[in-house]
Design a protein around this ligand. Sequence first.
Ligand code: DX5
Ligand code: ZN
Length: 225
Amino acid sequence: MSRHLKALIGPSILNADLSKLYEESQKLLDNGADYLHLDVMDGHFVPNLTFGHPVVKCLRGKIKDAFFETHMMVSNPEQWIVPMADAGVNQYTFHIEPVNNVEDVCRKIKEHGMKVGVAIKPGTPVADVEKYINMADLVLIMTVEPGFGGQKFMENQMEKVKYLRENYPLLDIEVDGGVGPSTINCCANAGANWIVSGTAVIGAADQSATINFLRDAVNNAINKK
Ligand code: DX5
Ligand code: ZN
């Protein structure tokens, strides 16, 4: 079963020097990042603001072939599907909490040629997202309250990851928030295979070694199963 699961490391550039977004992103890719996790916040769904599709589009103009995931921490994810597709996003991961018709949003994302990620905050039960798994390419289990980088990893969210892995052996499960070398084994053993890591990678003295460390931990866990 686990033969087909891939370990992928997606650094979050949220806590990088955003005045050098392109350079920081390219450096992460040169250091082995499998994809870029771009945190989009609207100041409404979460109490913080970052950037939107115009910035993503500029980044895509300079980085042609990397996989871009946008993590949409916004109140109306439906609104940004077309502009994000136009900006060259590969995967549109959105929170289900504020959305009335999750199926419609999933459908529209696919119609616009992007992969679908469905995300839940720490307080949202896993059953709420489970019903959309057949429409999604990935489930994101947040391991902090969305809004800010550099927060403490919430280990109690691993129950959700374990539940999903036990019931959906080939599902891509992503974790995001407080993930780094000291918490990766917890995530990997629970069954996560897409790993977002912000401050732990951005602030690392050796980004490449840190990314490899995270990927090795996930591969070890996959191969143990
Ligand atoms: C939090 C964001 C995360 C965060 C990750 O709202 O979704 O992607 O930036 O950063 P760290 O790894 O520092 O928690
Ligand atoms: Zn994120």
